[in-house]
Write a protein that binds this ligand. Structure first.
Ligand code: GTR
Length: 334
């Protein structure tokens, strides 16, 4: 009897680590097979994307009658954004909510969706993402080992720094600006005469504090929740990019599931978008009010046209012919 127990325990400890990465299946005598999957996000609890992730998990559970459980790991618990993406690619993590900037290192076609001053406004962005173009880019993730499930809002990004307000392109000259790990973002900052420094999000606060960098760029909610506003108080609204975010699934994970379960996951992905978009609108307003009340010096740049003109060469240098054609299609959406 004792021997049997030991064998059982041993068997469990051998199979558990194998199953811990990717689809984890637990079977009990009475319940049907339960599938446990993990979703990573580098934003904190309560952040709009994490609320969207939680909705996704809730819907997956609801649509599968509790058979599929998605565990959400916020706050970069499973690693920084780049390493999360790599882990999803290799099936070590099942899902991640990520910005498409670092994701574009894995699928450069995504650059077409995040070019500077590409969208006329938020409404234009959502018309593109919710239409055929958006679907095309979700589907295009397959070649790099992902399945794109849905888009989340992340507003518009602007520059902030520790030194001075930015009004003109000349004001950017020589500033060391942290960028996400993305060639496009490197090029964008260089085009303004500043010095791009790629760095993971979690390292930016201390780099600003110690003067390793002079500034960075982000939307209101990230400027707020990262506490970067405490150490870089000049926020200059130039809104150079609107960078959609995505929930991606690991192709390796989804390939292990039944067609029915994949359909459940895709449906939950689509259906959780609205929760995040709603939460984003509220949160962005609150974050802006919070950083203003904290004494940040916030200004509008003099002319978006001047910034757009400086970045225009990127449309020639960082896109291939096919990607340029997608940009033209995006612009044509009315
Ligand atoms: C945020 C985004 C994060 C991360 C971060 C960054 O807006 O939600 O996923 O990409 O920006 O600048 O690294």
């Amino acid at each position: 009897m004792k021997k049997l127990l030991i064998v059982a325990v041993l068997a469990l400890s051998i199979t558990a680590p194998l199953l811990a990465n990717g689809a984890k299946e637990t079977t009990t005598a009475t319940s049907a097979e339960t599938i446990v999957l993990r979703l990573a996000d580098n934003q904190p609890l309560g952040y709009p994307t994490v609320l969207g992730d939680n909705k996704f998990a809730e819907l997956v559970s609801e649509y599968s009658n509790g058979r599929i459980k998605v565990e959400v790991y916020p706050q970069a618990q499973l690693g920084d954004e780049k390493s999360i993406i790599e882990q999803v690619q290799f099936g070590g993590i099942d899902f991640a909510r990520v910005s498409i900037s670092p994701l574009s290192s894995f699928n450069t076609d995504l650059n077409s969706l995040q070019m500077p001053y590409l969208y006329r406004d938020e409404a234009h962005l959502w018309k593109v993402l919710n239409g055929e173009i958006g679907q095309h880019f979700l589907d295009s993730m397959g070649d790099s080992g992902f399945v794109g499930l849905c888009y989340f809002d992340s507003g518009a990004r602007s520059f902030y720094n520790t030194k001075k307000p930015i009004y003109t392109v000349a004001d950017m000259k020589g500033l060391k600006i942290r960028v996400q790990e993305s060639d496009l973002m490197m090029g964008l900052v260089s085009a303004l005469g500043a010095i791009p420094t790629p760095m993971s999000y979690g390292d930016v606060y201390s780099a600003l504090q110690t003067g390793v960098i002079d500034g960075a760029e982000n939307n209101w909610p990230s400027y707020d929740t990262s506490s970067h506003f405490e150490v870089a108080k000049y926020y200059s609204i130039d809104q150079h990019t609107r960078v959609p975010e995505m929930i991606i699934a690991s192709k390796i994970t989804l390939d292990k599931l039944s067609a029915e379960d994949v359909a459940i996951i895709k449906r939950a992905g689509k259906d959780c978008e609205d929760t995040e978009i709603q939460a984003w609108a509220d949160f962005a307003k609150k974050s802006e009010a919070k950083v203003r009340a904290a004494g940040c010096e916030i200004n509008l740049i003099n002319s978006q046209a001047e910034f757009a003109a400086a970045m225009q060469p990127l449309y020639d240098t960082s896109l291939n012919a096919e990607q340029k054609a997608w940009v033209a299609k995006i612009r044509a959406v009315k």
